[in-house]
Write a protein that binds this ligand. Structure first.
Ligand SMILES: N[C@@H](CCC(=O)N[C@@H](CS)C(=O)NCC(=O)O)C(=O)O
Length: 224
C-alpha cells in the first residue's frame, strides 16, 4: 500500500497518525502541494480532484481522509471503528459533522483565510467580514463540541474509547494552533485534544505542522 500525502496537510495528518499508531505497513509518497505537484502528471491523472491524501492498495485508489480511515480500520479489523451498529453510526456521525459543519466555518471560514494568501478575500472589508463570519460559526461548533460531543465525562468523542473520529477531529481542531488558539474557553475540547496528543506518534507525525505553528507565533490573528 502507498499513501500519497503532504505532512502539513490537515487531511493527511489523521491518516498518517492512524497508520503509525497501528503499525500498518504502508509506503508514503510526498506530493508537494506547496509546489503544485498535485496539478502535474502523474498525480493529476491518478486523482483528478488534485488533493491529498490518496491511498493506493494494489490497483484500488481511494481519496477522502474519512473514507481512507474507515477503509484501513475495516481492512485491519481494528477496534477504533466499532462493529456494533449504533456505536459505528455514532463514529460516522462525528466524522461527518467534523467534515461538513465544523470544518467549513472553522477551517475555511476562520483559519485558512488568515494563513493562506489564496484564501484571502478581495478587499480588506470583505476579508474582515468573512473571518468574522467564520469566527462566529467556529465558536458555535466549538461550544457544541465542548458540551455535547465531549462533555465533562468523556475521554474521547464517542465515549471512553479512542475511535477513528478522534484521529480525524483532532487533526481538524489542532489547525487552530496555526492562529494561536489555546482553547482555554473550551475546557473539555482542550482536555480531549491534550489527551489525543499523548498518542505515541503525535509528535513525529505532526513535526512539519508544528513547525508552521511555531512560525506563526506572535502574529496577530482573529481567534476563537
Ligand atoms: N475532503 C478531502 C480534502 C482534502 C484536501 O483538502 N487536501 C488539501 C490538503 S489538506 C489539498 O490537497 N490541497 C491542495 C489544494 O487545495 O490545492 C479529504 O478529507 O481528504
Amino acid at each position: 500500500m502507498k499513501l500519497y500525502m503532504h505532512p502539513v496537510s490537515t487531511a493527511c495528518r489523521p491518516v498518517r497518525q492512524f497508520i503509525a499508531e497501528n503499525g500498518i505497513k504502508c509506503d508514503e509518497e510526498l506530493v508537494d502541494i506547496l509546489k503544485g505537484a498535485h496539478y502535474q502528471e502523474p498525480y493529476v491523472s491518478l486523482n483528478p480532484s488534485r488533493l491529498v491524501p490518496m491511498l493506493e492498495d494494489g490497483d484500488f485508489r481511494l481519496t477522502e481522509a474519512s473514507a481512507i480511515l474507515k477503509y484501513l480500520a475495516e481492512k485491519y479489523d481494528l477496534p477504533s471503528y466499532p462493529k456494533d451498529l449504533k456505536k459505528r453510526a455514532r463514529v460516522n456521525e462525528a466524522m461527518d459533522w467534523f467534515n461538513t459543519q465544523f470544518y467549513l466555518n472553522y477551517g475555511y471560514g476562520l483559519v485558512y483565510p488568515q494563513i493562506f494568501p489564496h484564501h484571502k478575500r478581495r478587499s480588506d472589508e470583505a476579508h474582515a467580514g468573512a473571518v468574522e463570519w467564520g469566527q462566529q460559526g467556529a465558536r458555535n461548533w466549538l461550544q457544541i463540541l465542548n458540551d455535547h460531543w465531549i462533555g465533562t465525562q468523556n475521554s474521547y468523542l464517542c465515549g471512553n474509547e479512542l475511535t477513528i473520529a478522534d484521529y480525524f477531529g483532532s487533526a481538524i481542531v489542532s489547525i487552530g494552533e496555526l492562529i494561536g488558539c489555546d482553547f482555554a474557553a473550551y475546557p473539555n475540547v482542550k482536555r480531549w485534544l491534550d489527551h489525543v496528543k499523548k498518542l505515541k506518534s503525535w509528535a513525529r507525525v505532526n513535526e512539519t505542522f508544528n513547525g508552521f505553528v511555531a512560525g506563526n507565533k506572535g502574529k496577530e490573528f482573529v481567534r476563537v
